[in-house]
Each structure stands twice: as C-alpha cells, then as structure tokens.
Design a binder for this molecule. Sequence first.
Ligand SMILES: C[S@@+](CC[C@H](N)C(=O)[O-])C[C@H]1O[C@@H](n2cnc3c(N)ncnc32)[C@H](O)[C@@H]1O
Length: 490
Amino acid sequence: MTSKPASSKSAGKRAAEARGRDAGGGGGGAFAKWLRDNKVELDGVEVARFARTGRGVRATRDLRVGEVVVSVPDDAVLTVDACAVKKELGEFVGDGDDEAPSPRLDKELLVIAVMCEMCAGKSSAWCEYLETVHEAVRVGHSVLAWDDEQVTALFGTDAWRDAYENDDETLDLPMMTEEHFENVVTLFFKLFPKLASGLSVEALRELHFAATAMVAGYSFTLGDDEIQAMVPFWDMLNHAPPCEASVRLHHDQKNGCLQMITVRGVKKGEEVFNTYGPLRNAELLRRYGFVLPRNPHGGTTVGLAEVIQAAMGANPLVVDELPLRLAWLESRGLADEELSTRFFVHRTGRPSDKLLIAMRLLTLKPEEMTALIEADFDDEEQLMLLEGNDEERTEQSYMVGASLQFLGMYAKSRYAESMKASRLTYKMYASVSPHVQKHESIYRAWAAAVVRMDEQRALTKLGRWTYHPGRSEDALLHAWPFPVADEEGR
Ligand SMILES: C[S@@+](CC[C@H](N)C(=O)[O-])C[C@H]1O[C@@H](n2cnc3c(N)ncnc32)[C@H](O)[C@@H]1O
C-alpha cells in the first residue's frame, strides 16, 4: 500500500495550493487561450465555480434539449496515438499484434504519455491544458494523496481494496499504482532516459502519482475501440448520477469532433452536469476523490473468504468438503483459487444471485452435495428432485438465511470504525467543504465515513432482507446454474 504523505508538503507548496484553490474561475487565461487556439467551441456554457461542487461548467443562457454546447476537435484530444512519444511507447510495448489487448496497459500508457507531455513543458501541444488539470488534482482529494492515517479510515471498504489490493485488469485507475511505477514506468524511462528531462526517481514517482490521478479523474474511454483519452473541456464538467445528467457525449465523425449534447433543459446560471456512470461512493472516492451524500447508487461487496466463514458458522460440516465445493463453484465461475472472488450486496440488502448460489452450495448437507454432483442437468426429472421437497427446501432456505445473517455480522467487523462512529463523523462534519484547504483532513475523514456508512448500511440491511416476513423460500434458494463455466468457455 502506498500513499503520499500530505504532511511532508512544504509550507510554500501549501500556500501555492491554497492560492490555486482560491483562484476561482476556470483555470486562468492561459487555458482559455489554449481552448481558443485549439478551436474548442463553447456555445452557452462557461467554466465557473459552485459552492457545492467547486469548479465546473455553468449555462450562460437557457439551454434546450438537443443543443451542441461543446465541440472539441479530434486533434485537440490527447491519446497515446496523438502524443509526442507515440513511437517510443510503441517500441516499449512491441507491436503486440498477437497478444490480447490489456485494458490496464492502455490506461498505464496514457499515464506515461501524460508524464512525457508534462516533462516536455512549454513544448507540449497540451501544456496549458495539462497545467490546469494538474493544478486541480494537486488541490483535490485523490486517494493517492491521502496520508497513512487518512487511508486507515478506509480500511475494509471497496475503495481501499480496489485502490491497493485488487489486481483485476479491467478496473479503472488508480489501482496498484506503486507496482505500476516500479514495473512499468521506471522501465520505460530507463529505456528512454532523455524523456524524463533529468528528473530524479523520486520526482518521477511524484509526477507519476499526479499523472495517474489526472488520468483516473479526467480521462474518458471513447468508442467501441475503448480508446483512453484526455478530452479538454469535456473534463471540466462535474458528475451527477445518470438520471440527473444534463449532457451526453457524441463523436461527430463527419466533422471530426467530440460533442457534448444537452439531454435536459438547463436554466441560465445553473450548473451543467455530465455523468461518470452509475457509481457508488466507494468508486467515486477511489477514482475521483469525492462522494455524494445522497447517492442513489450504493451497496458493497463481500469476499469469498467471508462467505465461507459465514457458511461455516451455519454448517460446520463444510470444512471437510470445502475443496470439493469450491471446485464446483469454480466450475461455475463463482470461485477462484486465491479466494479473491467478490459478491455484490445491493444497497437494499438484497444479495446478488451469485451470492445466493454460493451460500446454498456451501450449506448443503453432504448427501445433497453428492446428489448435486451426480445430477444430469439434461434430465428435467432429476433436476426437480434436486430442488428438493418442501421440507428439504425449508431447511435449505433456513441455512442460507442463517449464513447470510452471519455474513452481515462478520463483514461489518472489517471496518476501521463502527457504523455508529461513521454516522457520528458524518453528522459532525456534514457541512465540510472539499474546496477549502484547511478542511483537507476533515473532508477526507468525512468522505471515508460516507463510504463506510453506505457499505455498513447495506450489510445491516442484508440481515433485514433475509428475515423480512415477506421473503419466500424461492427468493433465498436460487436455482442451480447450468452449464459449467469451462464448457461455455466463460
Ligand atoms: C473531470 S473533473 C471535473 C472538473 C473539476 N471540478 C475541475 O475543477 O477540474 C473531476 C473532478 O471534479 C470533482 N467533482 C466532480 N464532480 C463532483 C461533484 N458532484 N461534487 C464534488 N466534486 C466533484 C472531483 O474533484 C473530481 O475528481
């Protein structure tokens, strides 16, 4: 786990940051000139500051649905293909035609591209744009800038796990940042030392953290080819949940530009929102460094190890047959050797279908497990027998329910603070601003409490969901999945 200690910043740097925070407006005249020079067209919108969301985009007149309010020429967009070190990045990864594309590498290459453009300073075609983004990231709350004590408040949350432990290739940045620096970035700059412009390893590390936060918080994934891109001005819009967003994004192939088109009317003076997706607070915090106190998207995940522990609470016999049962789950894509599989619990407490299947399997009696293994899934009669008679189903659903109760309890003990303490922190600091420098630590403690509370609530509700009087056996006993994952090539 890594974090850049905020406390190590010099007083001068802090003062400069405070000035940046107080500067208001839209990143200064240099950025505005850069937008004009690069033919970025704005119609009815401008950069402005808002009390709740900080810098964002404001409507300068009433906007109707279907208007193109921002148009960014393709060649103003920063991608690996457009950057000044395209050739070097190509050499670094090889032509790679035979290899499966790695979604993680695409993002990591854009981070290196951003680093090289920043090292190039004024000679970069994106200089003033990147400076504006860099300044925002320096005064923002990317988890990469949290010190060790601040990070501790996130222990047990999905935000913490995905930022520091999860090595799933498809996850968005930031993830495994320190490993990326050691294993990819240092190799690149060893191969092309001139591109580092004489920066020491430590300075490169710091630049890498900044570039990672910039790509994590500001980049877009474009088109069916999923090209990673920094799109100037598009990235000035703040986030709202999908149902509240004011614009959609569109590539106008004919005119070679990226457009932002309104999907709802916006009154003059109001903020224009993009949506970064249906994201929970754990994701908003990890990727962008902020949370929404009233976020319609929530829930949490539980790990396979927690699921096994809970199942063993209800059915101690699982211990003897664990390898067999895990192999069955693995064959259905519901487990893995490292026990890193995770299962979703909805914000209402509803467990995912996969979690219900795993629990049912882990709490079966040994003879029921044998029948399941021997079942011919093509034989409907056998399948009906497998589903059991009324008495067996009542017993199975009781076992699933009991294990889910244990699961809620066990999983809640993984957090740094109890739910009561999280709620207290949340209430105490409810009016804290993310944009005031002296609130930096308090905002981070508050944001961590919001993330914990969302997750702890979902786990508490998991217990209530399970024993809701209206819950039927069928809701607890998910049908056995067929076919086997391997046979389907999944
Ligand atoms: C793509 S940028 C948007 C422009 C950014 N506000 C700026 O000044 O450069 C994403 C960053 O904006 C901030 N942000 C976006 N949506 C927000 C919201 N609804 N509330 C608070 N901050 C938000 C977060 O700091 C996030 O990392």
